[in-house]
Design a protein around this ligand. Structure first.
Ligand SMILES: Cc1ncc(COP(=O)(O)O)c(C=O)c1O
Length: 418
């Protein structure tokens, strides 16, 4: 079926980029489980290497199953093109590395996902690259951190687990005023809730491991190029060959050609297949994730054991107004952080759960909890944990799509144990 832009998101998420006629009538994309592709003539392979043809060569470069997922996610985000990779972290690393040289700087939110934080503050530091961490909801602070060495601004649509929601339109305007691109990690919102390119962002990243695949079975990541940023020579003198070769897709070409294929961050075609299967139900899953999260928030609000709830859907949450505007009234996502008395109470609560899974993931159709302070962030000192809003009393919940009554009953009996 050919893409039709007039279809609604719920239809496009199933049908975009699907071509059964090209696959002998198969209604699911075949898994092209092959490392290499036969070329009919020496001229054909030579032309493909020279970029005159777009045939497949070798899996580390491209793969037909991966290409379908790239086309689909790019269409859903309103992008000009995309490259899928082996994980969300692969996508973040490649997108940033394509922009950074020794001595460069960039500005990013201070409520970053754990591995992104480590990449930005520890690993990049070894290469003389400085990440300037600021409050992502404070546009003034973002502007104050920009200087001649800045190469981009980086935000997460919803901070994890701080749950803060920066104003993407405002930050995009600021970025463009300074000739900088805005990169947004849209993992927690998904294109169902928010399409940052429409708000002015230039590059989108996802960990497809989460809501996009939705079943905790396929690690993956994607970089989507909006194709609208012009890469002015003053800030980006190294972009010329890529602009000459690919025009509006210069950035994606740089990500793919310079980094992805040489770092070998290849996506397994099976994982692309599973992600496509998951995407078929993204819209309906998100609807249910959001509805259930609202139900869980209402239930937890009535429980005295819960000292605070951080969820952008609450009217008194500092991010409520921006989230409402930015997410088009479609809801506020499927994640929240809650406070219990202390770490001991968090452990007792988690150990008492019967239905809800206790593990390090989010965006699964199952409800998940974790105590980040004692798990993912165990090796961090307290000042760093506090700067990332990771406190000993915090439990993170990723609300699934089970029956809301069963989720609340399980939460309730675990709270009863405190
Ligand atoms: C917001 C966000 N971005 C990126 C990642 C990294 O994704 P992956 O685990 O697929 O590398 C995660 C993982 O939890 C995340 O929550």
């Amino acid at each position: 079926m050919k893409k039709n832009d007039s279809y609604r998101f719920q239809t496009r998420v199933i049908h975009d980029a699907q071509s059964p006629d090209e696959w002998r009538g198969a209604t699911l994309t075949p898994i092209y489980q092959t490392v290499s592709h036969q070329h009919p003539t020496a001229e054909n392979l030579s032309d493909t290497f020279a970029g005159k043809k777009t045939d497949n060569i070798y899996m580390r470069l491209t793969n037909p199953t991966n290409s379908v997922l790239e086309e689909k996610i790019s269409a859903l985000e309103g992008g000009a093109g995309a490259v899928v990779m082996s994980s969300g972290m692969a996508a973040i690393t490649n997108a940033c590395m394509a922009l950074l040289r020794a001595g460069d700087e960039f500005v990013c939110g201070n409520s970053l996902f754990l591995s992104t934080y480590i990449l930005f503050t520890n690993i990049f530091k070894k290469y003389d690259i400085t990440a300037r961490l600021v409050e992502p909801t404070d546009v003034g602070a973002i502007e104050a951190a920009i200087n001649d060495k800045t190469r981009f601004i980086y935000l997460e649509t919803i901070g994890n687990p701080k749950m803060d929601v920066p104003d993407i339109s405002q930050v995009a305007k600021l970025a463009h005023k300074h000739d900088l691109p805005l990169i947004v990690d849209n993992t927690l919102a998904t294109p169902y809730l928010c399409r940052p390119l429409e708000l002015g962002a230039d590059v989108i990243i996802h960990s497809t491991t989460k809501y996009l695949s939705g079943h905790g079975n396929a690690p993956g990541g994607v970089v989507i190029d909006g194709g609208t940023f012009s890469w002015p020579e003053k800030r980006f003198p190294d972009f010329k060959p890529f602009i000459d070769r690919k025009g509006p897709l210069a950035f994606l070409d740089k990500v793919w050609r310079e980094h992805h294929i040489n770092f070998g961050t290849t996506q397994a075609p099976l994982h692309s297949f599973l992600t496509q299967l998951g995407l078929d139900t993204l819209a309906i899953r998100m609807e249910r994730h959001i509805e259930n999260t609202e139900g869980v928030v209402e239930f937890l609000n009535s429980r005295s054991e819960v000292s605070w709830i951080n969820y952008p859907g609450l009217k008194d949450n500092p991010s409520h107004d921006v989230a409402k505007k930015q997410f088009d009234g479609n809801g506020f996502g499927g994640m929240m952080a809650i406070g219990l008395k202390d770490q001991a109470a968090c452990f007792k609560f988690i150990n008492s759960l019967k239905l809800i899974y206790h593990l390090a993931n989010l965006g699964d159709c199952k409800t998940l909890v974790i105590h980040p302070y004692s798990s993912q962030y165990i090796s961090f000192d307290d000042p760093t944990r506090l700067s990332l809003s990771i406190t000993p009393d915090l439990v993170r919940l990723s609300v699934g799509i089970e029956a809301i009554e069963d989720i609340c009953e399980d939460l309730g009996q675990a709270l009863d144990s405190l």
